[in-house]
Design a protein around this ligand. Structure first.
Ligand code: SAH
Ligand code: SF4
Ligand code: F3S
Length: 442
């Protein structure tokens, strides 16, 4: 079935999108296409897009204009848009700006070979219909841009939480879980290929639920099964929604050495007024109670978060509530954003995006500055401790050094040893920056 067409895929957005690109590469290489990492060799360019904030979409548009310019030298070049922008922007980008030959939404990737054939006959192709049951469960992803040590496994698709600011429920549709057997099989397969760390992906992994022949498999059940594949395989997951992270899950993590002691628990805001407008379904107090549960059940667990600055109606007091909560938790790491209004969200329909840009910028800056201090403080506590580090590869800074991570997901840099990527070494931490631990192998 070989055809001599080269496909190139560029990915924007979250880990889920990276995982999706690997599914796309698998579907296409199984249909005779060849995957290339060099855009100039491509016959077909796919851009797997993200809609989460306006600047994410702007970046994609710019890239599409560049790709369009490549058609001057390569008139047959096919440009396709995948992912979360597909449905929202297909008319504008395909018809008005003539940037695209093909558009496929997140649940349409099985149809890509047919859609490409359609383009081959001179017709444009669009398929952005969302599915209620597509999970690509049977598809073995082609690992792209891989270090051969860590990989993503998608365990769910879609989201039905309808946080008022968020575009994901509209771009990715209904929540659905993937067959647990296929997740365990994929984990085993990765282990046999030498991988030693997987990250299970879903927008809200705590609501994972799969009905087996005789029982319902919950997320903690799934974690137990995946952890049992091999004690040398580390397991991470993202993302947990604070409203349903259970003690059962925390106890499961505490019980299993290879379930990593790092929890990403996006808080978004420390103010109850904001949390209510955001439709997050928990209060500041609920969140603090969950943090205490993590600290009690999993001592030494790292905690990271996502924060949005300048959401609708946010007052200085609301903003201070966010800063004070950050300090109270003492986050090890955070992803911090300025609110960006998205079409087809509850907030866009019912709330005013009324915080001036410069105020948003100022608040975000304060949040970032505080997190920088918290990350440094968190890292300083590591000096003198010894951690089991999974080696990932050579350090960017120096050929004579390796880097890897501890269970808490902190990056450590240390002098090369005989043990290489995919192996575990014990490293004593001797120095830190706000981003990295520096250490020596013991
Ligand atoms: N499902 C995950 C998050 C997915 S999006 C969860 O619920 O945590 C990743 C992060 O992007 C969110 O946690 C939020 O902090 C941020 N985000 C989402 N929509 C946004 C918007 N409209 N403006 C700014 N940041 C946003
Ligand atoms: Fe968006 Fe909320 Fe779903 Fe996360 S849980 S993807 S923030 S709607
Ligand atoms: Fe991910 Fe962006 Fe879509 S964050 S789910 S690719 S909107």
């Amino acid at each position: 079935m070989k055809n001599n067409k080269n496909i190139y895929i560029e990915t924007y957005g979250c880990q889920m999108n990276i995982s999706d690109s690997e599914i796309v590469a698998s579907i296409l290489t199984n249909n005779g296409y060849h995957y290339t990492e060099d855009v100039l060799l491509a016959d077909i360019i796919f851009v797997n897009t993200c809609s989460i904030r306006e600047n994410a979409e702007d970046r994609v548009r710019k890239r599409l204009h560049y790709f369009k310019s490549l058609r001057k030298k390569n008139p047959g070049l096919v440009i396709g848009l995948l992912g979360c922008m597909a449905d929202r922007t297909k008319t504008a980008l395909m018809e008005e700006e003539q940037l695209l030959d093909l558009v496929a939404g997140p649940d349409s990737y099985r149809h890509l070979p047919q859609l490409l054939e359609q383009v081959g006959t001179g017709r444009r192709a669009i398929d952005t219909i969302l599915s209620v049951d597509e999970t690509y469960a049977d598809i073995t992803p082609v690992r792209l841009d891989s270090n051969g040590v860590s990989a993503f496994i998608s365990i769910m698709r879609g989201c039905e939480n309808y946080c008022s600011y968020c575009v994901v429920p509209s771009t990715r549709g209904q929540e659905r879980s993937r067959d647990a057997t296929t997740i365990v099989r994929e984990t085993r397969d990765l282990f046999e290929k030498g991988y030693r760390e997987i990250t299970l992906l879903g927008q809200n992994v705590n609501s994972y639920s799969w009905k087996d022949a005789d029982r319902i498999i919950s997320f903690p059940d799934l974690l137990e099964q995946v952890a049992a594949v091999n004690p040398l395989m580390r397991i991470r997951f993202a993302t947990s929604h604070p409203k349903d992270i259970s003690n059962d899950l925390l106890q499961t993590i505490a019980r299993n050495h290879n379930l990593c002691k790092a929890i990403h628990l996006p808080v978004q805001s420390g103010s109850n007024h904001m949390l209510d407008l955001m439709n997050r379904k928990y209060t500041r107090e609920d969140y603090m109670e969950r943090i205490e549960a993590i600290r009690n059940i999993i001592p030494g667990c790292a905690i990271s978060t996502d924060i949005i600055a300048g959401f609708c109606d946010e007052t200085v007091e609301d903003h201070r509530d966010t800063l004070s909560l950050m300090e109270w938790v003492g986050y090890d790491a955070a992803y911090m954003f300025k609110y960006s209004e998205r079409p087809q969200t509850l907030a866009a329909d019912t709330l005013a995006d009324n915080i001036p840009e410069e105020v948003k910028d100022g608040r975000l800056r304060e949040i970032i500055d505080l997190q920088q201090e918290l990350s440094l403080a968190s890292n300083k506590k590591e000096i003198g401790k010894t951690y089991e580090i999974l080696v990932e590869g050579k350090s960017k800074r120096s050929d004579s050094q390796y880097f890897g991570r501890n269970s808490q997901n902190k990056v450590a840099v240390f002098t090369k040893t005989l043990s290489g990527p995919g192996e575990y070494v014990m490293v004593r931490i001797t120095g830190v920056t706000s981003a990295t631990l520096l250490g020596e192998v013991v």
